[in-house]
Design a protein around this ligand. Sequence first.
Ligand SMILES: [Zn+2]
Length: 150
Amino acid sequence: MLELTDYMLDLEEAKEIKPNVDEDTFEMWKLAVDVSQNAYCPYSNFPVGAAVLGDDGNIYYGCNVENASYGLTICAERNAIFSAVANGCKKIKKIVLVATAGKNTGPCGACRTVIDEFADGDIPVIFGENPEHLIVTTSKTLYSNDFANH
Ligand SMILES: [Zn+2]
């Protein structure tokens, strides 16, 4: 079990928060916070959770999983997207992530490439620790010139 940081919100307290996103996105954010508690990050101590909305209407989620070799580490966003794919969903409509020990940490470059691969157009990307001041942007804003031109 990870030791939670000051940035980790108590989900009970979150009920009183007035988020700057719609209710469905806020629910995805709370799920991402919850999932971040399952992160395996003994090397960075930087838990991240992510939730994606598939075009099938389901929510898929993932956390970061590190490895002693570091390079084999995989991010929460990719784990969430790959979980969607494993469940037969190959298009995503939205992604929400939270790095509970970070300050408005967005997707890394590798994840931006993967988000672009599976995004159903230019999709919302939401991140941050403070649900009243979440960063709301889009996949094409973060990744304007895609790798394979698809
Ligand atoms: Zn990443």
